[in-house]
Design a protein around this ligand. Structure first.
Ligand code: ADP
Ligand code: TYD
Length: 204
């Protein structure tokens, strides 16, 4: 299975991806745990560049994420799937939709086109961890210094959240919205595990 985690900053993606990876390890399920941006050696540099204060246009930022994804799909995701391994990815195509269309307000058709150009494989399941902007940013700022996106306005993050909510309807076959506010990581993970087991049973 190819599973992705999506959500605004501080929604709990890293926490849940780790809980899932630990669970799969206990079950003896061979998997790759990865992330965007920065899922390849080159991607680590591209991630760094995407935060560089010398970037002057949102358009070049978009191309950096697209380059990162193209390499990631080619080097990591597609080979792992071909080898029959599970892939767990923290952020993927829906981050581009939510941040570059929702947040940065590029045109929707440009964003769809660029996602298409990266030849991204569609995930089987995408968990959208839904928290309010106030709660997400509060958690993210507790975690450490805020980055380029975390410094964006409240309205920017509201637009990102709204775009994610639109994804839940547009891609209902793979998207699952999880209430990630006022619930412990373990409770949230119990939900996630249940959805995965149901989906897995449906595939057999
Ligand atoms: P993301 O990867 O989405 O930015 P993280 O998993 O890094 O989010 O979580 C951000 C912060 O919030 C971390 O300090 C983490 O321990 C904490 N956290 C994660 N899940 C929850 C939760 N369900 N309730 C409260 N705090 C949480
Ligand atoms: P990072 O610190 O790697 O992730 P997180 O904040 O989730 O722990 O930051 C990556 C940032 O890049 C995040 O703010 C979302 C943004 N992003 C995009 O704008 N478009 C994309 O396509 C991707 C993959 C990420």
């Amino acid at each position: 299975m190819f599973i992705t985690f999506e959500g605004i900053e501080g929604s709990g993606k890293s926490t849940q991806r780790q809980l899932l990876s630990d669970y799969l390890t206990r079950q003896g399920i061979d998997h790759v745990l990865t992330q965007e941006p920065g899922g390849t050696e080159l991607g680590v540099h591209l991630r760094q560049l995407s935060r560089d204060s010398r970037l002057t246009t949102n358009r070049s930022e978009l191309f950096l994420f697209a380059a990162d994804r193209t390499e990631h799909v080619h080097q990591v995701i597609a080979p792992a799937i071909a080898a029959g391994r599970w892939v767990i990815c923290d952020r993927y195509i829906d981050s581009t939709y939510a941040y570059q269309y929702g947040g940065r307000q590029h045109s929707e058709s440009d964003i769809r086109a660029i996602i298409e150009l990266t030849q991204a494989v569609e995930p089987d399941l995408t968990f959208f961890l839904d928290v309010s902007v106030d709660e997400g940013l509060r958690r993210a700022s507790k975690r450490g210094a805020l980055d380029r996106f975390e410094h964006e306005t409240h309205d920017f993050h509201e637009r990102v959240r709204r775009a994610y909510r639109a994804c839940v309807h547009m891609h209902a076959h793979r998207f699952i919205a999880i209430d990630a506010e006022n619930r412990s990581p373990d409770t949230i993970f119990t939900d996630i595990k249940q959805h995965i087991l149901e989906r897995k049973a449906g595939c057999i």
